[in-house]
Design a protein around this ligand. Structure first.
Ligand code: 5GP
Length: 178
């Protein structure tokens, strides 16, 4: 399918599943080299990362732990703006090598928030592995963003875990809004 409709909005194919899987395989190989002899903990950020996390972890051969967190954003009524809350962050990250697995880094605000929470537990190291990254949307540099699948333009994408108003997460390819 080259074009699809979700909630009456038209999307066109952007990254086919085969392309995503090839890139994911390479990212797994890189992680196996970089973490050889270590036992990192992969923490997937829900909901969007669930498919990428599953495919990536199948390529990882070093001993590792696996966990998930969920981040909720709320538009605050106060002038402070956005308030976020993290659910389920493991509480035993002290001294561990942490790898945060994201579907997409856009402004980077969500990731900054997660990194603060993880850093507070004094891990040995933190790196971020994101399938997609929109450099043009990033508000301030994130030094932990070490592994990026695809740098993409500042456009809205859907599929392979990413939703449009609740739909589209189950699509195996990634589409962009027309
Ligand atoms: P950030 O905090 O980096 O601006 O945004 C992170 C979150 O916004 C992502 O985890 C994702 O849920 C959502 N997001 C950002 N860009 C897109 C996009 O192009 N498509 C979809 N479906 N979600 C996006």
């Amino acid at each position: 399918m080259n074009k699809i409709n979700i909630h009456q909005k038209e999307f066109e194919i952007f990254l086919e599943n085969e392309t995503i899987c090839k890139r994911t395989r390479l990212m797994g190989i890189q992680l196996n080299v970089d973490y050889e002899g270590q036992c990192p903990i992969f923490i997937g950020v829900l909901n969007g990362s669930f498919l990428f996390m599953a495919d990536l972890l199948k390529e990882v051969e070093v001993d590792c732990e696996v966990g998930f967190i969920r981040v909720a954003s709320y538009q605050g009524t106060a002038s402070s703006g956005e308030i976020k809350e993290t659910f389920g962050l493991p509480e035993n990250l002290g001294g561990k090598d942490v790898i945060i697995v994201e579907d997409i880094v856009d402004t980077g605000l969500t990731l900054q928030y997660i990194l603060e929470k993880v850093n507070a537990q004094n891990p040995a190291s933190i790196n971020v592995c994101s399938l997609l990254f929109k450099p043009a949307a990033l508000l301030s540099p994130i030094k932990e963003l070490t592994y990026v699948g695809f740098e993409i333009p500042n456009e809205f994408v859907v599929g392979y875990g990413l939703d449009y108003d609740g739909l589209g997460r189950n699509l195996k390819d990634i589409y962009r809004a027309i």
